[in-house]
Design a protein around this ligand. Structure first.
Ligand SMILES: *Cc1c(COP(=O)(O)O)cnc(C)c1O
Length: 461
């Protein structure tokens, strides 16, 4: 530990922003299993993906390259809101009376409110560079749609967002922000696509799901000239772009001679966690360091802790490729917890491979009331109202700090604070009124989800 006092905020200058992304796959002893085409069940190649995603992103999805240059225009945008701060949580440490030193990397300091802007800017740039003039996407709670709306506005492209209908009704402010940036926002299911109309015909009152919204956005992208789709998590190119978080984090902790014993992040589709661990996972894979990595997920959507490691579809409509991942089954519908960004049935195939092979050390599932308890404690001591998703990492960082206190160990803990909770006040109000419930699926409910994992003769039974 450094002998002089470590500052509260460890701040980099803009010319210290990394100029290359780091690809964890380059250092993994074994790669994750390939994506499979939903029709042929053959491994997917770049040509299968180029009608959906920009070509450069398809290349990044499969690349074994270790480092990839960040394009100048993307770096220019990053400089408007990065480098993000690394903060020493002195006040929280004191409140917990722990000998542990706690640091957090804060990604909520932009209008989208989360880390999602990091990949949105890159995706919009590569689409624009290819001559694409319109993107489509889906959004649940609205963070991803907002991030992509900001990026498309900057690169002067149109954006169509299919927003899950219940969020569209409940979160009009999110829609308002996206429209301010020029995006067109439709409630999904809509009558604009075959997938949307099919759902509406069968269930006129359907309040929407991410699975349906994805199908609508992909269908619109592939059937409209000069249009491509953007996905905000799960895929390798998204984790690659998010490595900016972890590369900055390592620089910042190096500056104060700190090395984390624990690296902790929440996991929805896995993109912030994959980014946060990037620099330290490279150390781990190359034998240069041995931090302990923890993924935190909601008990209501326990993908790592109770899911199966199997090939499954990434969407409900089965239009996307199959990925080998921990999954609760493509039709699994988690309880409507407030951490909307952590309700995905699957998980990044790269992270799943790391978890299965023992490099990602542990996954923990936590309940939402203990999450909001941690969020409220954090807000009072650290001056930031955290997003419910981020508060999953806070909960576990606090638990680890309390374990350190019991054992009298002065360990170093670093966690990812992915976003702010400015749009989640309703959830905080429920917590304080005492009307928030805890959820975890029963074994029977999990079995219903597992039943929708396909059996693939010769590949998996
Ligand atoms: C979307 C989101 C997440 C979860 O997504 P990952 O891809 O798992 O990182 C976490 N925190 C916030 C604030 C989000 O908006």
């Amino acid at each position: 530990m450094a002998s002089t006092k470590i500052p509260n905020r460890i701040v980099l200058t803009e010319d210290q922003i990394p100029t290359q992304w780091y690809n964890i796959r380059a250092d993994m002893p074994e790669d994750h299993d390939p994506y499979l085409h939903p029709g042929t069940l053959q491994p997917v190649g770049p040509d299968d993906l180029t009608p959906i995603f920009a070509e450069a992103l398809c290349m990044q999805e499969g690349t074994p390259e270790r480092y990839i240059d960040i394009p100048g225009p993307v770096l220019d945008y990053f400089k408007m809101y990065r480098p993000s701060p690394m903060v020493r949580a002195y006040s929280l440490e004191k409140a917990l009376d722990t000998p542990a030193r706690i640091y957090y990397k804060y990604e909520g300091n932009n209008t989208s409110g989360s880390h999602k802007l990091n990949t949105a800017v890159a995706q919009a740039y590569y689409n624009k560079a290819q001559g694409i003039n319109r993107m489509t996407t889906e959004t649940g709670a609205g963070q991803w749609g907002t991030a992509l709306a900001m990026a498309c506005a900057y690169f002067d492209m149109d954006l169509t967002v299919f927003m899950v209908k219940c969020s569209f009704m409940q979160k009009p402010y999110r829609k308002g922000v996206m429209e301010t940036y020029g995006a067109t926002v439709y409630a999904s299911p809509s009558d604009l696509t075959d997938s949307g109309r099919a759902v509406l015909n069968a269930y006129p009152e359907n309040s929407g799901s991410l699975g349906t919204a994805i199908s609508e956005a992909v269908e619109t992208a592939t059937s409209t000239p000069n249009t491509r789709y953007g996905l905000g998590s799960v895929l390798n190119h998204v984790l690659l772009h998010q490595s900016i978080i972890g590369l900055e984090a390592k620089k910042q902790l190096d500056m104060v001679d700190e090395y984390p014993d624990y690296v902790i992040g929440c996991a929805g589709g896995g993109s912030n966690l994959g980014g946060l661990i990037a620099g330290y996972m490279q150390d781990r894979l190359t034998g240069k360091g041995n931090p302990y990595f923890i993924a935190v997920e909601p008990a209501a959507c326990p993908t790592f802790t109770r899911g199966r490691f199997a090939y499954d579809f990434c969407d409900v409509g089965h239009v996307t490729p199959l990925a080998k991942m921990f999954t609760l089954g493509n039709s699994f519908t988690p309880a409507s917890i407030h951490a909307g960004g952590l309700r995905y049935h699957g998980m990044s195939p790269m992270l799943c491979k790391l978890y299965n092979d023992g490099f990602l050390d542990e996954a923990r599932a936590v309940y939402q009331r203990e999450v909001f308890e941690a969020a409220t404690l954090f807000a009072k001591h650290e001056a930031i109202l955290p997003a419910p998703e981020s508060a999953h990492a806070i909960r576990t960082a606090i638990d680890v700090a309390l374990e350190c206190k019991e054992r009298g160990e002065a360990k170093t803990i670093m966690f990812g604070l992915t976003g702010n909770g400015t749009f989640d006040i309703g959830a905080y109000m429920q917590y304080h009124e005492g009307s928030m419930d805890d959820f975890a699926p029963s074994d029977e409910e999990l079995e219903q989800g597992f039943a929708t994992i396909p059996s693939l003769p010769g590949i998996q039974e």
